[in-house]
Ligand binder design. Structure first.
Ligand code: NAD
Length: 260
């Protein structure tokens, strides 16, 4: 489906981003990988993709809280891959705390990584996409782009922000062959959620098992986690010809969570 095209997937060294990168690689795309990894892990990651898939793969450790580092990432993709055809804004972190104790530094980090980074990558990719007359932008939002939960002030604010950004970019790209959509998963079992289970247990004074059953899956009527592979498949669908008229959508994948 995407042979010869280049996908840039931010935060693709782990979890959902890695599954999205694999889904595009399986469609023949070249993929620029990104994430914060320990020294040595980036070579192993690129080699893993090269051994499984046919495309070209590269890695950038750009820290997306830094707009200059994002510029470096986009220049690297332009120089070594001929530009970005499919941009997936996926990198994100979580912090769980009552707002009165919410660390200011965590607020700033989450707004800059989960929201502003997508503004920067998009503003840098939009012009070349418009000039080519084809581009696809997929934002990993969340059910928390549509509804709230307590103790997640920064995350819910950033994800509601990404929902708005998705709609604006969809309108600006509409007549230039550019589409922009967001995927809104419920709970996906990844390292991000593992950390959250521990934090939520502390914030609510309950056990980790009670968090899984009574807090996380309580919101999800299917009582099942979404899988990262399912999110990857949705990202591919949104960028396929069948998705050409899907623009500015917030695609729910949450077992019925926000239907309630
Ligand atoms: P994860 O922790 O497994 O992966 C996060 C990725 O972001 C990693 O590759 C990490 O290296 C990268 N990253 C973190 N800080 C970075 C920085 N400063 N610069 C560059 N990269 C950085 O998490 P995940 O669960 O796969 O989450 C991915 C996205 O999916 C996030 O935007 C998250 O909000 C969203 N999401 C997750 C869930 C869930 O239940 N796991 C649900 C809905 C939405």
């Amino acid at each position: 489906l995407h042979r010869g095209k280049t996908a840039l997937v931010t935060g693709s060294s782990s979890g959902i981003g890695k599954a999205i990168a694999e889904a595009f690689a399986a469609e023949g795309a070249n993929v620029v990988l990104n994430g914060l990894v320990k020294p040595g892990e980036e070579d192993a990651l690129v080699q893993e993709f090269e051994s499984k898939y046919d495309g070209k793969f590269g890695f950038s450790g750009a820290n997306l809280t830094d707009p200059e580092a994002i510029e470096g990432l986009i220049s690297y993709a332009a120089r070594d891959f001929g530009g970005v055809d499919i941009l997936v804004n996926n990198a994100g972190v979580q912090h769980v705390s009552p707002i009165e104790d919410f660390p200011v530094a965590k607020w700033d980090l989450i707004i800059s990584l989960n929201l502003s980074a997508a503004f920067h990558t998009t503003r840098m990719c939009m012009k070349p996409m418009k000039e080519k007359g084809w581009g696809r932008i997929v934002n990993t939002a969340s059910a928390h782009a549509l509804v709230a939960s307590p103790y997640k002030a920064a995350y819910v604010a950033a994800k509601h922000g990404i929902a708005g950004l998705t709609k604006v970019v969809a309108l600006e790209g509409a007549q230039h062959g550019v589409r922009c959509n967001a995927i809104c998963p419920g709970y996906v079992h990844t390292p991000l959620v593992d950390a959250q289970i521990a934090d939520t247990a502390k914030a609510r004074g309950i056990t980790e098992d009670e968090v899984k059953q009574n807090v996380l899956l309580a919101a999800q009527p299917t009582k099942e986690f979404v899988t990262a592979v399912q999110v990857g498949a949705m990202a591919v669908f949104l960028t396929s010809p069948a998705g050409d008229q899907i623009n500015g959508a917030l695609m729910q994948m949450d077992g019925g969570w926000v239907a309630q």
